[in-house]
Design a protein around this ligand. Sequence first.
Ligand SMILES: [Fe+2]
Ligand SMILES: [Fe+2]
Length: 175
Amino acid sequence: MSKRVKQLVSALSARITEQDREFIARNLDSAQAALFWQMNLPDQRHALNVAYTAFELSAGDCTVDQELLIQCALLHDVGKVQGDVSTADKIITVILDKCAPGWARRWARLGRGSKVANLRHAVYIYYNHAVRGAAMLQAIGAPQPVIEIVMRHHEASAAGEPPELRLLRAADSLH
Ligand SMILES: [Fe+2]
Ligand SMILES: [Fe+2]
């Protein structure tokens, strides 16, 4: 199964436990937590899994700020807001990205409305949620390193980037 198909399957069985809630309350301030809870349940589950994996991957690496890493992992996909994109449009978007990624990128457009507008919006969020999430974090006064890492989480790795960004990408690719 491809990673995207696996994501769709695991999304259907997503649950948040009491321990997860405590983990979020411990690691995010109230404004950040509000953005976390604004995502839909499968995206919340994904962010938690990425955070736990990123934390495991960082074990023994003293160059990593684990608090920053966990915050970034929990918040990396907050640009995907609940109710903004339907499951059907998400599935079509994944297919469009597989078949015609260049065209899909150009066709993407922000703003919901008609059925077609909603699909174009879904495609837009798929490609642009990192920048959108960073803007949302900026608006609540999140720390600059969190904003920068969230903004860059789908960019190709670059020399001199923070170790937390590298670990976030590695953990994200495993979920
Ligand atoms: Fe993402
Ligand atoms: Fe992600």
